[in-house]
Design a protein. Structure first.
Length: 530
C-alpha cells in the first residue's frame, strides 16, 4: 500500500485473511485497498466483516462509512458513523466524518440544504418537546412531507413558526421558535435607544435542604479522615452522611475506596454495585458511574480475577473514556493473552499435532499440514523444528514469504539447527534472492562442512545467480518431463491465469498433480513466484 502497489496489497491481505479470518485489522486494511481501486462494494463488504468481528473498534466503522460515502449513500454513512461513536465517542475521524457525511446527506440535486431529509426525522421530532405536539396536527405532517419532497419550497412556509421551530430541532439548536418576521418597518423618526446589554449573572445554585447540607459536611469530615488514613473514622462519617442524603452516589463510591484500602475487596465491589444502581436511579453523571465501574475493576484485579477486572474496566470505558482506564484495559488484555498462551502450552500435544501435520504433508494435503503445524506452534512456540516443518508446507503452497518468516523463526530459536538454514536457502532461491540463498547455505556448511544437501544448495544458488535466463530456459526445455508439462493445454491455461491473477495459484495448488508440475517448473527456473 505504501509503495502504491494496491493490487498486490489486496492479494497479500487476502492471503493474511485465508490464514487468520478472525483478524478484523486484515479486513480493514483490504477495505482501504479496495477503496483505492475504486471497488467500493468490496470495500463495504470487508468493512462490514470488520465491524462484525470487532464492533467496539471505531476504525472499522470509519471504513464502513467511507465506503458508503464513495457510493453516495450518505444517509447510511451517517448511521455508520453514529454506530461507531456509540462505541468510540472520542474518535476524531468518526466525528469529522459524520459532519461531512451529514452535510452531503442534507443536499438535494440542486445543492439546496434539505434538513427534512434527516435520517429518522419523525423519531427526532417525537423526542423533542418543542415539536412533539405538532405531530398531533394533521396539517403539520402534510407540511413536513411536502418539504421532504420539495425542499426548495421552504421559503414559502417560513412565515409558519412551526417550520422555524422544526428547523431548530433538526439542526440541534437550543431555544424556542424565533418570533415571526416583521411585516412593517418602524417609523423613520423613531431613534433607537442605545442600551447596555445586561451583565451575565451566575446561574443560581440549587438550594439544599438542611439534611443535604449536613450530609455534605459529614462527607467532608469523612474525606479528611480518609486522607489521614483513619479509615474507620472515614467509614463512620460516610455512613452518617448517607443516612442524611441517600441520593449522593459519591458517598457510596468513597466508602468503596475505604474498603479497597482496607483490602476488603468484596465489600468494595458490593458498595460500587449499590452506588451504580442508586446513581442510575438518580441520573448521576456518567463520569461517576464510570468511576464506580473502574473501582470494581481494580478490586477484581487485586483478587487476581483478571477476566472480571477487564469486563468492568470495559464497562467503565463505555460510560467515559478515561486515559488511565484505557491503559489498564490494554495491559490486562496483554496479560490475559499471555496467560491463555501459557495455559495452552503443552509440548506433548504439540508433538501430536506435528505428527498429524507430517501425515498430511506426506499425503500431499499441504493446507491441512499447515493447520496441524500451526496448532503445534500454539501448543509449543519454542520448538524450532515445527517452524521448519511449516516452512516446508508453505513452500509447497508457494507461500514463500511466509515460509521465509518461519525459517527465520526456526533459526532464531535454534541457531545450530542446520535444516533451518538449508530450508531458508531453497526458499530464497525460489524468491530469486540468490545472494541470501548462498549466505544461508554457507552458514549450514559452517555447522556441517560435509553436508551434501548444503553443498548442492550452494552450487544451485550460485548457478542461478550467474546463469543467463535464456540459457536456463533452453536447458530446462531439453528435459522431456518439462516439455510434457509445457505442452499440456491445462497447464498452459493455468500458467496464463497465474500471470493475470497471481492469487489464483492458491486454488491450483489444492490439486496435488498440478502442485507437483508447478514445483518442477520452479525448480527448473522457468517459473518464479514472489
Amino acid at each position: 500500500m505504501s509503495a502504491g502497489n494496491v493490487s498486490e496489497a489486496v492479494t497479500l491481505y487476502s492471503s493474511a485473511i485465508d490464514l487468520d479470518p478472525s483478524n478484523h485489522v486484515f479486513f480493514s486494511n483490504r477495505s482501504a485497498a479496495y477503496c483505492k481501486l475504486e471497488d467500493f462494494q468490496k470495500a463495504l463488504e470487508d468493512a462490514e466483516e470488520c465491524t462484525k468481528l470487532k464492533p467496539s473498534w471505531g476504525k472499522g466503522w470509519v471504513r464502513k462509512a467511507t465506503a458508503l460515502e464513495f457510493q453516495a449513500n450518505f444517509a447510511e454513512a451517517v448511521e455508520a458513523y453514529d454506530e461507531g461513536l456509540k462505541v468510540d465517542p472520542d474518535n476524531k475521524q468518526l466525528k469529522d466524518g459524520r459532519g461531512n457525511a451529514m452535510r452531503n446527506a442534507t443536499k438535494n440535486e440542486k445543492g439546496f440544504p434539505n434538513m427534512f431529509g434527516f435520517p429518522d426525522l419523525w423519531g427526532k421530532l417525537e423526542k423533542d418537546p418543542r415539536t412533539r405536539d405538532f405531530l398531533k396536527q394533521p396539517d403539520y405532517k402534510d407540511l413536513i412531507k411536502t418539504l421532504q419532497d420539495n425542499p426548495n419550497d421552504i421559503v414559502k412556509y417560513l412565515a409558519d413558526p412551526r417550520v422555524m421551530t422544526t428547523l431548530q430541532v433538526l439542526m440541534g439548536m437550543e431555544g424556542g421558535a424565533p418570533p415571526p418576521p416583521q411585516t412593517s418597518r418602524p417609523p423613520k423618526s423613531a431613534t433607537p435607544t442605545r442600551q447596555e446589554p445586561p451583565k451575565p449573572s451566575e446561574p443560581p445554585k440549587p438550594s439544599l435542604t438542611p439534611e443535604q447540607d449536613d450530609a455534605l459536611k459529614l462527607k467532608d469530615l469523612g474525606n479528611a479522615a480518609y486522607k489521614s488514613k483513619n479509615f474507620e473514622e472515614a467509614l463512620k462519617q460516610y455512613t452518617a452522611s448517607f443516612s442524611k442524603d441517600s441520593t449522593n452516589m459519591s458517598v457510596l463510591t468513597n466508602m468503596a475506596a475505604v474498603y479497597f484500602e482496607q483490602e476488603n475487596y468484596d465489600a468494595c465491589i458490593q458498595k460500587c454495585e449499590e452506588a451504580i444502581e442508586m446513581g442510575r436511579e438518580n441520573r448521576a453523571d456518567f463520569k461517576l458511574i464510570a468511576k464506580a465501574f473502574a473501582r470494581m475493576g481494580s478490586a477484581f484485579m487485586k483478587k487476581g480475577e483478571n477476566k472480571d477486572a477487564l469486563k468492568f474496566f470495559q464497562k467503565s470505558l463505555s460510560e467515559h473514556r478515561a486515559p488511565d482506564v484505557v491503559k489498564k484495559v490494554a495491559q490486562l488484555e496483554q496479560l490475559l493473552k499471555k496467560e491463555a498462551e501459557k495455559a495452552y502450552y503443552d509440548p506433548d500435544k504439540a508433538e501430536e499435532e506435528r505428527t498429524k501435520g507430517n501425515d498430511f504433508y506426506t499425503k500431499g494435503d499441504f493446507p491441512s499440514a499447515v493447520k496441524g503445524y500451526t496448532e503445534a506452534i500454539r501448543r509449543n512456540p519454542n520448538d524450532a523444528k515445527i517452524y521448519s516443518n511449516r516452512a516446508a508446507a508453505y513452500s509447497k503452497l508457494m507461500e514463500f514469504n511466509l515460509a521465509l518468516k518461519d525459517c527465520d523463526n526456526c533459526i532464531s530459536l535454534d541457531p545450530a539447527f542446520i535444516k533451518g538454514y538449508i530450508r531458508r536457502g531453497h526458499v530464497c532461491i525460489a524468491l530469486k534472492n540468490t545472494s541470501k540463498a548462498m549466505d544461508s547455505f554457507q552458514k549450514a556448511l559452517d555447522i556441517d562442512p560435509q553436508s551434501s544437501e548444503a553443498m548442492e544448495g550452494y552450487r544451485k544458488a550460485n548457478q542461478a545467480g550467474t546463469a543467463d535466463p535464456e540459457a536456463v530456459r533452453q536447458r530446462a526445455m531439453q528435459d522431456p518431463e518439462i516439455q510434457n508439462i509445457m505442452r499440456d493445454p491445462a497447464m498452459q491455461m493455468i500458467l496464463e491465469q497465474m500471470q493475470r491473477e497471481p492469487g489464483s495459484v492458491r486454488d491450483h495448488l489444492r490439486n496435488p498433480a498440478v502442485a507437483m508440475k508447478l514445483q518442477k517448473l520452479i525448480d527448473s527456473g522457468l517459473v518464479s513466484v514472489r
